[in-house]
Every structure is written in structure tokens, then in C-alpha cells.
Write a protein that binds this ligand. Sequence first.
Ligand SMILES: Nc1nc2c(c(=O)[nH]1)N[C@H]1C(S)=C(S)[C@@H](COP(=O)(O)OP(=O)(O)OC[C@H]3O[C@@H](n4cnc5c(=O)[nH]c(N)nc54)[C@H](O)[C@@H]3O)O[C@H]1N2
Ligand SMILES: Nc1nc2c(c(=O)[nH]1)N[C@H]1C(S)=C(S)[C@@H](COP(=O)(O)OP(=O)(O)OC[C@H]3O[C@@H](n4cnc5c(=O)[nH]c(N)nc54)[C@H](O)[C@@H]3O)O[C@H]1N2
Ligand SMILES: [Mo]
Length: 694
Amino acid sequence: MSTRVVRAACPHDCPDTCAMLVTVTDGVATDIKGDPDHPNTNGTLCTKVSRYLERTYHEDRLLHPLKRVGKKGEGRFEQISWEEALNLITAKLKEIAARDARAILPYSYAGTMGIVQGESMAMRFFNKLGASRLDRTICSSAGGVGIKYTLGAKMGMDTEQYINSKVILIWGGNSIGSNIHFWTRAQEAKRRGAILIAIDPYRSLTAEKCQHHIALIPGTDAALALGLMHILIRDDLLDHDYIENYTLGFDQLKDRVSTWTPARVASTCGITLEEVEFLGKLYGETAKQREAVAIRVNYGVQRAHGGGMAVRNIACLPALVGAWRLAAGGILLSSGETYPKNEKLLSRPDLEPVDAARPPRTINMSTIGDDLLKKSSSEFGPAVEAVIVYNSNPVAVAPESSKVAQGFARDDLFTVVLEHFKTDTVDYADIVLPATTQLEHTDIHATYGHLYIMANNPAIAPLGESKPNSEIFRLLAGKMGFTDPCFADTDDDIAAMAFDAKHTHAIHFDWATLKRDGWMRLNVADAPFATGGFRTPSGKCEFYSERMKADGLDPLPTYIPPYESVASAPELAKKYPLAMISPPQRNFLNTTFVNVTSLRNTEGEPHLEMNPDDAVTRNIKQGDLVKIFNDRGSMLAKVRITNHARPGLVVALSIWWKKLATDGKNANELTSQRLTDMGRAPTFYDVLVQVEKA
Ligand SMILES: Nc1nc2c(c(=O)[nH]1)N[C@H]1C(S)=C(S)[C@@H](COP(=O)(O)OP(=O)(O)OC[C@H]3O[C@@H](n4cnc5c(=O)[nH]c(N)nc54)[C@H](O)[C@@H]3O)O[C@H]1N2
Ligand SMILES: Nc1nc2c(c(=O)[nH]1)N[C@H]1C(S)=C(S)[C@@H](COP(=O)(O)OP(=O)(O)OC[C@H]3O[C@@H](n4cnc5c(=O)[nH]c(N)nc54)[C@H](O)[C@@H]3O)O[C@H]1N2
Ligand SMILES: [Mo]
């Protein structure tokens, strides 16, 4: 018997990107645990990923290439060989490319966050082909753009520093569910005397455990931030020296926020005047005493019309009070751009053919519902004839799902899906290719929630005939006749070129060492903006942004109301008076893990949380099956009557596989394809609905 322990990294779309230790006995993975030596992981994995072996060895794993035999959406397939699958795919792609390669669309997101299995070989393939570009907006682009206008880059506080913060605003994030290793730090800070405040319309698991919870109306965070700035300026809770030296546009900001009185803010946000005053004073007065005030802003604030502006406004707060001077003060949205990734070397945009008659065409993944249904036209370009899906499950995750499914059901669309399981999207595929999981391939990871580069070594051989994404695109490139040397790069070659070892942040980066050690900390200062150094054009924190003006936006912080809310759409609200949000379920990772029985059993079936006031007027009782609907669609769920949903709000924790849900539908039947103010992102939590007993 031979037993070894392999250093791996969790591949999932989560800020924590844990270091994992996988025990392998005679070629079989028998145990998985968090690396006790990795500072962020600290020896623990979340509930989901501790079931990664159950997922990997699941009896439903796709182990062979498949070809569709039934109708689209039915999910009936027959097994074929790799040779046949690759030949069918490349014959079709060649035929389309001979007319216009832009009719071919890649569709991918963060099923794995790995650079090798995500952003390298596949990107090279589609660039070389001249396929449509995909605008990858489905998650973080609204806030990403918002924070860049203010701070210059997606970077900020080091998660490890929050243990020393005295006030922590957990703003639009459910850390216990989706960022558990940050929550551990926040808990430590609480033990050391910190005050934690959750700002969230919903009393999430996290909000329940914070000392204070401010339950505002969804999509109104930008107004709350304006009110806090108003109080800081009104009460002179400012760091004048920091403002003078490291910020831009304070006088214009002062003027702008003067009209955002706490009373106006309270009524906009649906909270009390006392809550606004309390929060402003707590934040400002704590900072004035030279104690660290910290913000962990997350994705909940970005999924409404003004989501970009909300993040932009919130990111102004630390500079006003000089919070950045201390390592335990400031804000973190994402640490993603702290990593000096060699993007161009990895994805090779230079391979894209230059053809004046066919300029590059970009399709937004968040409007795939509309775009798959579009005919060829001069504005749109060629109709989409082929979609290659990998690392994503669009039929379940993209907004306005009925249209997405209608698009994928087109008989004249050729769909290839690379997957681990027969997801809702696989059901529409013409060809299905079995992909390896993280235990079966090599990868290297940047993260968006801490400051380590992570290595993933393969622990076991690929199951069945499955292959890594990188290998699948390498083989497809070969069959297409692409001879550029980069298509011969091995996974180790790609990992070795992932980061710029000349950049000060990754100065010690070396793949061989990283593979051995599992992780490596970036070389960054504890307090990144203690003395300015913002990556904006002015090098300052920009309260006033010339770039926003150039982009057609208000250059100063402002409030953009939701598309759909009682206040901003009163006519619509007569029919559909309830705001619906569908944030992640703790035991699922987007739609990943929904098919892992032990995890799905903890939820059982889709639920809808509803306030007692809203239930009583609808004669809805605890446990009733209810229909949630609007003009876009409907779904069924079992009701949980609870004060965790504020009046006027319903919460459908997500994202269910449609085919495992009560009526074959999930929350995205109700969401819209309207986009945010910045970053062309979806507005998943900007939705009005009505609910009735089913
Ligand atoms: N267990 C688990 N972990 C995950 C994921 C998962 O699906 N499951 N998904 C991963 C991914 S892809 C992402 S992007 C991150 C998301 O990371 P987070 O944003 O931290 O995670 P959520 O749990 O979505 O928290 C969002 C919270 O915002 C609240 N919210 C909704 N609308 C608003 C609003 O308008 N304003 C404010 N202030 N709050 C609002 C919701 O009620 C919810 O509690 O998590 C990652 N981690
Ligand atoms: N209503 C509503 N909708 C939402 C959200 C919400 O909060 N509410 N959240 C949104 C957010 S934040 C995000 S990020 C998106 C997420 O949307 P997606 O990125 O599509 O995430 P998943 O649903 O987890 O699907 C990822 C798929 O990739 C597959 N996969 C994993 N690893 C590999 C691999 O190595 N190779 C291949 N070929 N496949 C692999 C998994 O099996 C899984 O089926 O959903 C969005 N949709
Ligand atoms: Mo996400």
C-alpha cells in the first residue's frame, strides 16, 4: 500500500482559495483537508469543499464524450470516441469559420478559477480562431469598475489584518456562507473588542451574528454611503491631512453630499434616521481616535442598477477618515489586481486575426438570453451559430432564464459543453466532453480574497476518459491546424509563465518551488495606501473622477435608484410589490454542488423567505408551496415565514439546478437582462415580483 499527501488548491469561485492536502492511497483520493500551515486556510475547508471527494467520485460523473440523440433540452446522449467527438466539432467550426468565425462564441466563467484550466489554452484557441469575444461580466464587473474609478485597482486591505480592526462594516456580503475564512478573522476581531455591523436587506447567517444589522432596501447602498459622508463632513470627523495629501476633489464632494441629509438617506434606504446617524458617528469617531475602521464590501451591493456607483461611493469612506493609515483600516472588495498576472502571454490576444471587413465582435455573457436569439444584422454582426461552454452553466445562472433556454434550444445552434456533470446546460449540448476535476489536473491560482499564489498538483489520474480543459483545447487546436508554438505549451509551461517574476509583488515566483510548497505570499506592504500610492491617474483617491466624466458618468458620488423598486417603479410595483433577491445558499457554490446529495439534502428543495406581514396579507401559511412570478416568468418554492426578510422583501437562496428544483425552474426565471450603470453587469437583485399560494 502506498500513501502520499498532495498539495492542492481549491478551484472554486470564492475569495478564500484554500490550500488543500489530499491523501492518496494506491491511486485513490481518500481524504481532503485544509492546510493547517497556510495562514488564510488555517486548517479548515468549508462544508462544501470538504465533500470534494464525494463530488469527484460521484456516480454521475461524465466519463466519456457524448453525442446528442434526443431533442435539445432532453439530455439524451450516446457515447462516442474522443476521435469522433473532436472530428465532429472541428468540422463544424471550420465550416462556420469559413463564412465568419465571429459566429462562434466561447462561454465560460469561473467553474474553476485556475489559470491553466481557465484563461490560457482556451483563450488562445478562441483568439486564434477569431471567434466572438466574450465580455465576462456575470459576477464582479460593476463593482470592479466602481472601485477602480475611486482607488485605481481591485486591491485593498489584507484579510489577515482585520483581526486588529475596531469597527468592521460587512457590507453586502454573507461571509459565513461565502467567505468563511474572512469571517474567522472578523470573529477574532470581535473577541478583541471590535464592533461588527452587517449592511444587508436580509438577516443572513452573518447579519445574525454581528452586533448590529442595518437592513436597507436592496439597491440603495449608494445613498447610505452618501449619508455617511454627509455626517463625517458635517461633524468634522475627517483626517484633513490625509484628504489634503492623498485625495482629489474634496471640495466638490463636500458640495455634493450636503444635500444627502440623514433624513433623506433614511427615507431612500427604508431605515431609521437613528441608524444612519449611529453608523456615521461610529465609523467617524472610531477613526478619529486613531483606531482602525475597516470595510469588507462584497457582491450584494453590485447587483442592482446603480451597483457600480454604490461600490465607488463606499470606497470613498476610508480616505475621508484616513483609515488607510493603519493596516487594519481601509476597504477590501477584491485583491485580484494585486497579482501581476502575465495576461497577454497566457491568453495571446495578438493571435486574433486582423480583418477590416470583420472587426472583433464582443458578446456580453449577461445578455446571452437575448443574443442567442438575434438574427444577423449590421449592428449585431453574424447570428451565433456555435457556442462552446466550459467552466459555466449558463442555462441555470444567466438572467432571464426562459430566454436563455430558448436560445440554447435553437435547432440551428451547435453547442459543445465541457463538464463534470450533466448540468442544465449539458442537456442542450450537441457534443459533451468530459472534463477533469481539480484532483486530476495541474493548475495555478491567483485569488480575489487573500495575497497568496496557490499551486494545484494532480492527486489522481483522470477518471474514465476525462481530460483537462487545457488538453481538450490543445487537441482541438491541433485538429484545426493551428501550429503556433504556444499550442504545444504543457500545463507546467503555462503555470510557469502565469506571473511576472520581475514584478516586485511576485519577485520570488518560481513554479518548481511553488509546486513543492503549495503557496507563496505576494510581496506587498501591510497598509497599501498609508501614504497614498493609489493606481488612479492622479495617484490619489478620486472623490472627483475625470475618467468617469469621460465615460459619460457623473464624476462625483451620486445615487442611481434600482430599475425595479417600489419607489423607483411605482406602476410596476402595483402588480409586483415585492423585491426579490437570490443570493448564494451556503451549501452550494453557484450551481456547483447542487447535485451532491449530502449537500442538497440540507436544503431539500427551493425555499422562499418572506416577512410575516407580507404572508398574512396573502393568506400564506408556514410551509405553503408558493408561486413567485413577474412578467418574465415564475417558479415554485416552499415558503419560510421569517423576520429575516424585511417587509417587502423575499429571499430565494440560490442557485438551484433547474432540473432538481420543484417545478424545473430557478430564481433566474424572474431576473432581468438589464445591466448595471458600470461594467455591463447583471442586475440579479433588482427584481420585483408577486407571490401567491400555489
Ligand atoms: N457558499 C457559497 N460561497 C460562495 C458562493 C456561493 O454560491 N456559495 N459564490 C461565490 C461567488 S461567485 C461570489 S461572487 C461570492 C459572493 O460573495 P458575497 O457577496 O459575500 O456573498 P453573498 O453570500 O452573495 O452575500 C451577498 C449578501 O448581499 C445581500 N444583498 C443583496 N442585495 C443587497 C443590496 O442591495 N445591498 C446590500 N447591502 N446587500 C445586499 C444578500 O442578502 C447577501 O446576504 O461568493 C462566493 N462564495
Ligand atoms: N439568480 C442569481 N443568479 C446568479 C447569481 C446570484 O446570486 N443569483 N450569482 C451570479 C454569479 S456571482 C456568478 S459568479 C455566476 C456563476 O456562474 P457559473 O460560473 O456558471 O458557476 P456554476 O454554476 O458554479 O457553474 C460552473 C460549472 O463549471 C463546471 N466546472 C468546474 N470545474 C471545471 C473544469 O475544470 N472544467 C470544466 N469544463 N468545467 C468545470 C462545474 O461542474 C459547473 O457546472 O452565477 C451568477 N448567477
Ligand atoms: Mo460570483
